[in-house]
Design a protein around this ligand. Structure first.
Ligand code: ZN
Length: 149
C-alpha cells in the first residue's frame, strides 16, 4: 500500500467514525476554530488535570473529511500527554503540514500523525488539517475555563 493510499484510507475511516466526537463534559479548556477558506468550523475541548495532564480531549462541529479526520486523530494522540507535550506536537504538526520538515526524527516523533506528510503539496488542504491543532493551541493558551463546576 502506498503512502497516499494509506493516507486516504485513514482519512476516510476517521471521517466516517470520528473518535471523541461531541461536547466533552467536564472540559477545563475549550476553543472554537474556523477555516473560512473551506468552511470548516469546530470546537475543541480538553480536560486538563491539576498537574497539567490532558485526561480527555474531544471535538465537535462540521467540516470536510480532512478537518474532521485531523481533529479525530488529534484527540486520540493528545490523551495522556502533558500540555507541554501537546504544544510540542502542535509545533511538529505545523512543521509537517507546511512542509518545513518532511522526514527524519521530528516526523517520526509524530507517530500515526505523520500520514499527513505530503499535504503541504496541497496548500488549500493544509488549513483543513491544521485547524484542530490551532484550535487546541488556542484552548490551551486562552485558559478559558468552561468547567460546569
Ligand atoms: Zn476543510
Amino acid at each position: 500500500m502506498s503512502v497516499q493510499d494509506l493516507y486516504q484510507q485513514v482519512i476516510l475511516e476517521h471521517n466516517k467514525k470520528p473518535r471523541n466526537f461531541g461536547k466533552l463534559e467536564g472540559a477545563t479548556h475549550a476553543a472554537e476554530g474556523f477555516n473560512p477558506v473551506c468552511g470548516d468550523h469546530l470546537w475543541v475541548y480538553l480536560q486538563v488535570s491539576e498537574d497539567g495532564i490532558i485526561e480527555a480531549a474531544g471535538f465537535e462541529g462540521s467540516g470536510c473529511a480532512i478537518s474532521k479526520a485531523s481533529a479525530s486523530m488529534m484527540t486520540v494522540s493528545l490523551k495522556g500527554k502533558s500540555v507541554a507535550e501537546a504544544q510540542e506536537l502542535f509545533h511538529g504538526m505545523h512543521e509537517l503540514l507546511t512542509g518545513m520538515v518532511k522526514e527524519g526524527p521530528k516526523v517520526d516523533a509524530l507517530g500515526k500523525l505523520k500520514i499527513f506528510a505530503g499535504i503541504w503539496q496541497y496548500p488549500a488542504r493544509v488549513k483543513c488539517a491544521a485547524l484542530s491543532w490551532h484550535t487546541m493551541n488556542g484552548a490551551v493558551k486562552s485558559e478559558k475555563i468552561v468547567s460546569t463546576e
